[in-house]
Design a binder for this molecule. Structure first.
Ligand code: MF3
Ligand code: CO
Length: 249
């Protein structure tokens, strides 16, 4: 069931999303060669709690950390670890949910570690371009399939692909609410957007083939072909004539 939010609820989601935005900006200076993904997790956890929020991913279906930290061919749900050390030229995605006063905000960014090559920078730019192309369509009356299609077409234009198994989503009291917002789709299909809906649009991009595999830990999702991946996500509110990004400073 799709829930349209009241102005009061949108205010609370806005605040949770602001905490995510603050954390994803403040963490930038810590993303350097030699740091472990555990250290980034701990810093993010500290920032989120300092802002009066709680890391919403911690304990979610048993997820064991405060943020998802996914490096290079890892597209989703990388579990932070002391043993996972970042190297010059890696790319890392941090995907974070903050929960505050009962409401969630959710965003993801892919960052360069040290000095990245053109191949890495291109992947980061494509995920962002997919997001903005999709976002530019968001307004009341637009269908989810329109948004999904824009993501898929932008990825394809660059010779990239999108996963079938993981999607964007509505957000509110729960981090994942209806509707689900795939990264591929047919224009004119799916639920219609309405003013007051809060949604997460999150292009996940594969440099190569769309196939993924999940590691034995039950979480870590990798590109099967071992090529690069990237991800860009924001929490949006649908307004009378468009939308507003809530998870960006
Ligand atoms: N933050 C992710 C999303 O964008 C969900 C992570 S689920 C977790 O939807 F369990 F790994 F935390
Ligand atoms: Co999300």
């Amino acid at each position: 069931m799709i829930i349209v939010k009241s102005p009061r609820e949108i205010g609370l989601i806005r605040e949770a999303a602001r905490v995510v935005a603050v954390a994803l900006e403040e963490i930038r200076e810590y993303i350097v060669p030699g740091v472990s993904t555990q250290a980034l997790n701990d810093k993010i956890d500290e920032i989120v709690r300092r802002e009066g929020a709680f890391p919403g991913e911690l304990g979610y279906y048993g997820y064991p950390a405060s943020v998802c930290a996914s490096v290079n061919e890892c597209i989703l749900h990388g579990i932070p670890s002391k043993k996972k050390i970042l190297h010059d030229g890696d790319i890392i995605t941090l995907d974070l949910v903050a929960k505050k006063d009962g409401y969630c905000g959710d965003a993801a960014r892919t960052y360069c570690v040290g000095i990245c090559g053109e191949r890495q920078k291109r992947m980061i730019a494509i995920a962002e371009e997919c997001f903005y192309n999709a976002m530019s369509l968001v307004k009341p009356g637009v269908r989810v399939g329109d948004i999904s299609h824009a993501i898929e077409e932008t990825a394809k234009k660059h010779g990239c692909s999108v996963p079938r198994e993981y999607t964007g989503h509505g957000i509110g009291r729960d981090m994942h609410e209806d509707p689900s917002i795939p990264c591929y789709g047919k224009p004119g299909t799916g639920p219609e957007l309405r003013e007051g809906m809060t949604i997460c649009v999150e292009p996940m991009i594969l440099e190569g083939k769309p196939n993924v595999r999940v590691l034995g830990d039950g979480w870590t999702v990798l590109a099967k072909d071992g090529k690069l991946t990237s991800h860009y996500e924001n929490t949006l509110v649908v307004t009378a004539d468009g939308c507003e990004i809530l998870s960006k400073l």
